[in-house]
Design a protein around this ligand. Structure first.
Ligand code: PLP
Length: 421
């Protein structure tokens, strides 16, 4: 469900014509729908109604401060994977006690920041990190609440680049090591085990691998409780997939919630969830302008003003985005086939190969649907292109929520060494 629809022949986000945004802000530009963000947050909250549950939105999916503030106002907490994301979440008004800190490579400074601000939980991913965190906490005279992220060795659909729960993945501690690490924690005065954490990947449409991983994790919680660990929480990560095209049919949030209810029933655990894509994915589009048509012997390239530096998902994971013209095609609009590419000097700068779609003229605009998650957050200034702009729509109003930097701003962090001046 989202709020991007044609009205009077023009693609709108809620009540705003996307062409109007592009006219004012330029292209490429990401546009997010407040109504869609709120709706997704509410659908998830409703699905888990009655359970003791913390919805910790995964900031890495879309960390724009205005997006975070919108979700904070819906009562979302945050899952962060760096000190920077922690500071973003706090800056947007998400209370520290609703923030969990994940990630395999936390530095001592990042640990100290989490401890200082009093976050809900650290998801720890190795024995070495455990010892380091205990030392940092002791030096500050506090105790860090810990869930160990375990690797359940379960394969979960999706693209191999976004699978995290197999034994060869860098994430989580090996399953067999978990009991010993919980045992070691008892001897570390700076940490206290409060739960177990698992996250097996992203864009998973099928509930079965998730159920398998969650059941395994619940089994571990029971085992650890019997071994004398007072565990109060289970963190089940994020990862539920979204529809990127009509042929996708990921499990609905209600089925996902029902499965989690069944798996965690009667345990008296706080359930922590870290949804990212499922909240932000369909809440955003990227708008780009068609620059040129370039015929080749066997195809036509549609060259657009957005590049892989603006939307990296197709280059990074061969991801599919539906592409819609902002001007609604009519019955008389011819259909054609394009390879849709950007201006970047890389062969991977290709958004779609042999895409069948209505003809679009140079100077007209197109929207990459479902770009709200892992879109702008992955953008860069490669090829000395300014960072892509971001706009938030709410009803019939819109605002620039990240402006494009000027050329001077783009180079302001650089300086000449003495010997060149
Ligand atoms: C990326 C990530 C998430 C969010 O995944 P989605 O598929 O966007 O829901 C949640 N938890 C962790 C630890 C992650 O790395």
């Amino acid at each position: 469900m989202h709020h991007f629809n044609y009205e009077d022949g023009r693609l709108h986000c809620e009540g705003v014509d996307l062409n109007e945004i592009a006219d004012q802000v330029g292209t490429p530009v990401y546009v997010y729908s407040t109504a869609t963000l709120r709706r997704h947050a509410r659908v998830i909250a409703a699905a888990f109604d009655g359970m003791e549950c913390l919805i910790a939105y995964s900031v890495k999916a879309n960390g724009n401060l205005a997006v975070l503030k919108t979700l904070a106002s819906e009562g979302c907490g945050a899952d962060v994977v760096s000190g920077g994301e922690l500071r973003r979440a706090l800056a947007a008004g998400i209370p520290a006690e609703r923030i969990v800190f994940s990630g395999v490579g936390k530095t001592r400074d990042e640990m100290a920041l989490g401890l200082e601000t009093g976050i809900h939980q650290f998801n720890v991913e190795s024995g070495a990190e455990l010892i380091e965190l205990s030392e940092v906490a002791m030096s500050m005279g506090v105790v860090a609440p810990i869930a160990l992220r375990v690797n359940p060795d379960v394969a979960a659909g999706g693209h191999p680049n976004i699978s995290t729960g197999k034994s060869g993945d860098k994430f989580g501690v090996p399953w067999a090591d978990a009991p010993e690490l919980y045992h070691q924690m008892k001897a570390l005065p700076g940490v206290e085990a409060v739960g177990v954490d698992v996250h097996i990947g992203s864009q998973i449409g099928d509930l079965e691998p998730m159920r398998a991983a969650f059941e395994k994790t619940v089994g571990l919680v029971k085992f650890l409780r019997e071994a004398g660990h007072d565990l109060k929480r289970i963190d089940l990560g994020g990862g539920l997939g979204i529809p990127y095209q009509d042929s996708d049919s990921p499990a609905p949030p209600s089925d996902y919630a029902q499965m989690i209810r069944e798996v965690t029933e009667g345990l008296g655990l706080q359930v922590i969830l870290e949804p990212g894509r499922m909240i932000a994915g369909n809440a955003g589009v990227m708008v780009s302008e068609v620059l040129y048509h370039k015929p080749a012997p066997d195809r036509t390239f549609l060259i657009i003003d957005a590049g892989m530096n603006d939307l990296m998902r197709p280059a990074l994971y061969q991801a599919h985005h539906d592409i819609l013209p902002l001007a609604e095609p009519g019955a008389e609009t011819p259909r054609t086939t394009y390879d849709i590419v950007g201006p970047i000097c890389e062969s991977t700068d290709k958004f779609a190969a042999q895409r069948q779609m209505p003809e679009v003229a140079a100077g007209s605009r197109i929207a990459f649907m479902s770009s709200g998650a892992y879109g702008a957050v992955l953008s860069s200034q490669y090829n000395a292109r300014p960072l892509v702009a971001e706009v938030l729509v709410d009803g019939d109003q819109f605002a620039l929520v990240r402006r494009r930097p000027s050329f001077d701003e783009m180079i302001q962090l650089e300086q000449m060494p003495d010997w060149l001046t």
